[in-house]
Write a protein that binds this ligand. Structure first.
Ligand code: PEP
Ligand code: MG
Length: 623
């Protein structure tokens, strides 16, 4: 237990922190090893009995999922229920059922037939360019694994078996597992697998349970009862922590709690630099359910709503009415502040209604985002009509992703105009003069920013993709991640030139890539001329705090100087040095909740002095 000293060797691991917070406690090891799939031949006369066995197991699995869903039926857990629904849907998928039944008729036992179909479906998902969609393979896995266990009469161990405040460790967790944490006493979780955009990670954030994923083999290193300390922000995990480590984590936990209690008060302070320059801080969201966090963390609106989630986990396409209802909720929740709705930004085309996708050799450069929408104007138009109708309140904006030149903007505008004309004909109410902006995330859009600025109402720089495309490195490929340098001179110059092009045409330039949410880059971004930063709602307080300590004039001089430095690593060390000079207690690995917000709250307003405690994350490589 947390208070006891352990004799076991201390092991330090580093994973991906996907849901912030600190936890220290005993492990509950959840067995999620894949069941071994038996392969046997069924003679023709046995096929009917095998089919019946399959159907019985299927019904039992569906009942289990319905039961889990029922148990979490609260207003706040709608998105969780939705995720369970996705698994229910997978188990109703014609391709899956028909394919398995065909296999059985051809003489395979049910488990074997099911395994083959699962692998076929997963291969199709694998070829999708978008990380989020690739991640959906695991939904197929979770659902099929549950069904396989039903067939083999193997019990699915449940989060509900967790007694007391424990940290769950597992190879992987399904969204159904995470959903059950709503009513459990799980205080954190760690997994071998997982990524930031996995459903499990998203749910951990919405449940505010600290989580670290991608730990490779942690489930083999621990057993139930071992003590572990986890930091869901930095990704640090310590198994069998010694007294000093426990003390450190206990303090960290205390700071995090105090940080959380201070957040509401911090919300009221304006985001202005020391010399009085207001900076707009807005939120990146993926689900309507995040609007609570948008308010709680004091965002001045939504700078990027990634609407891809609306298209996920379903076999049909969202209707215009669904789009409308969804965006309307965002518009109302944020009113009178604005919300930027980004139109669909996905990879391959037939991802929703069919699973037979055309695999692309280079999906990141394939039929993505606006290219897909212009090719599928019906899908695009139904989303646009939903946005236009929901924009009736006057606070929505449309943002087009992956624009590479003026032609795409014009083509999209034509479709927007058609959508408006059709709505008018139907006497529907909609936003006639809705602002239209673009993501600047391709090198050609940067080079042509002056031309694009004449055609649109705003820019938002997507550094996640801009870094990927300008440095020619796959953002999902670990082998080249060392080249992913937000401070590369090429990247900084691009940001500066986009900011300049926007200013020349008097259009607003924001940034919505991950760089915007890391305080290490705040001074540089302000110095490069950005006046709006869009980030995960959770990052807003720490960025606001940073902004309040920065002098815009000094930041500009700093950016000018950095632009003359030839390499990313030299820029990074110069920036670090400057930070240490400006803020004497600067520690590059400090994060916000290790410090207190109180000092700034006491000082308040524009006259806040330089705060010596900085909110700096240690993730230097994130875009
Ligand atoms: C980006 O590319 O920086 C961005 C914000 O968009 P996404 O991460 O959704 O591609
Ligand atoms: Mg992008």
């Amino acid at each position: 237990m947390p208070g006891e000293e352990t004799k076991k060797p201390l092991t330090q691991l580093k994973g991906m922190g996907v849901s912030e917070g600190v936890a220290l406690g005993p492990i509950y090891l959840l067995e999620r090893e894949r069941v071994a799939v038996p392969h046997s031949r069924i003679p023709p006369e046995g096929a009917e009995a095998e089919l019946a066995r399959f159907k019985k197991a299927l019904a039992a699995t569906q009942r289990q999922l319905e039961l889990i869903k029922k148990r979490i039926q609260t207003e706040e857990s709608r998105d969780l229920q939705y995720i369970i629904d996705a698994q229910v849907l997978i188990l109703k998928d014609v391709l899956l059922l028909q394919g398995t039944e065909d296999g059985i008729r051809q003489g395979l036992n049910a488990e074997w037939a099911l395994e083959l179909v699962r692998d076929r479906i997963k291969t199709v998902f694998e070829h999708l360019g978008d990380e989020y969609f690739r991640e959906r393979r695991s939904d197929v896995d979770y659902a099929v694994e549950r069904l396989l266990r039903s067939l083999l009469k193997r019990r699915v161990e449940s989060i509900e078996d967790v007694k007391g405040n424990m940290i769950v460790a597992s190879r992987d967790l399904s969204p159904a597992d995470t959903a059950q944490m709503v009513h459990s006493r799980v205080i954190g979780f760690i997994t071998d697998m997982g990524s930031k955009s996995s459903h499990t990670a998203i749910m951990a954030r919405s449940l505010e349970i600290p989580a670290v994923v991608g730990l490779k083999n942690v489930s083999q290193l621990v057993k139930t009862g071992d003590v572990v300390a986890i930091d869901g922000f930095t990704g640090e995990v310590v198994i069998n922590p010694d007294a000093a480590t426990r003390q450190r984590f206990a303090e960290l936990k205390k700071s995090f709690r105090s940080y959380q209690t201070q957040l509401p008060r911090y919300r009221r302070l304006p985001a202005v630099t020391r010399d009085g320059n207001p900076i707009r801080l807005v939120a990146n969201i993926e689900l309507v359910e995040e609007m609570g966090a948008v308010k709680r963390y004091g965002a001045e609106g939504v700078g990027l709503y990634r609407t891809e989630f609306l298209f996920m986990n379903r076999k049909d396409l969202p209707t215009e009415e669904e789009h409308y209802q969804n965006y309307r909720k965002v518009a109302e929740a944020v009113f009178p502040q604005p919300a930027v709705i980004r139109t669909l930004d996905i990879g391959g085309d037939k991802f929703v209604s069919q699973l037979e996708l055309a695999p692309e050799l280079n999906p990141a450069m394939g039929l993505r985002a606006i290219r897909f929408c212009l090719k599928e104007p019906k899908i695009f138009k139904s989303q646009l009509k939903g946005i236009l109708r929901a924009g009736e309140l006057g606070n929505l904006k449309i943002m087009l992703p992956m624009i590479s030149g003026v032609e795409e903007v014009r083509a999209a505008r034509e479709i927007i105009e058609e959508a408006q004309a059709e709505l008018k004909k139907d006497r529907a109410r909609f936003a006639a003069g809705i602002p239209i902006g673009i993501m600047v995330e391709t090198p050609s859009a940067v080079a042509a920013a002056d031309l694009l600025a004449r055609e649109v109402d705003f820019f938002s720089i997507g550094t996640n993709d801009l870094i990927q495309y300008s440095l020619a490195i796959d953002r999902a490929n670990a082998a080249v991640s060392y080249l992913y340098e937000p401070l590369h001179p090429g990247v900084l110059r691009m940001i500066r030139s986009v900011a300049d092009a926007g200013r020349a045409q008097q259009i607003r330039v924001a940034i919505c890539g991950e760089m915007a949410g890391d305080p290490f880059y705040t001074a540089v971004l302000l110095g490069l001329g950005l006046e709006e930063l869009s980030m995960s709602p959770y990052s807003i307080p720490r960025i606001k705090r940073m902004i309040r300590m920065i002098d815009q004039g000094e930041a500009r001089n700093l950016a000018d100087r950095l632009l003359g430095v030839p390499t990313g690593s030299e820029i990074a060390s110069l920036l670090t040095k400057k930070m240490e000079e400006w803020f004497p207690d600067f520690r590059s690995d400090q994060i916000l909740y290790k410090t207190s917000l109180d000092d700034d709250l006491m000082k308040g307003g524009k006259d806040a002095e330089h705060d010596t405690h900085l909110g700096i994350s240690s993730r230097r490589t994130s875009g």
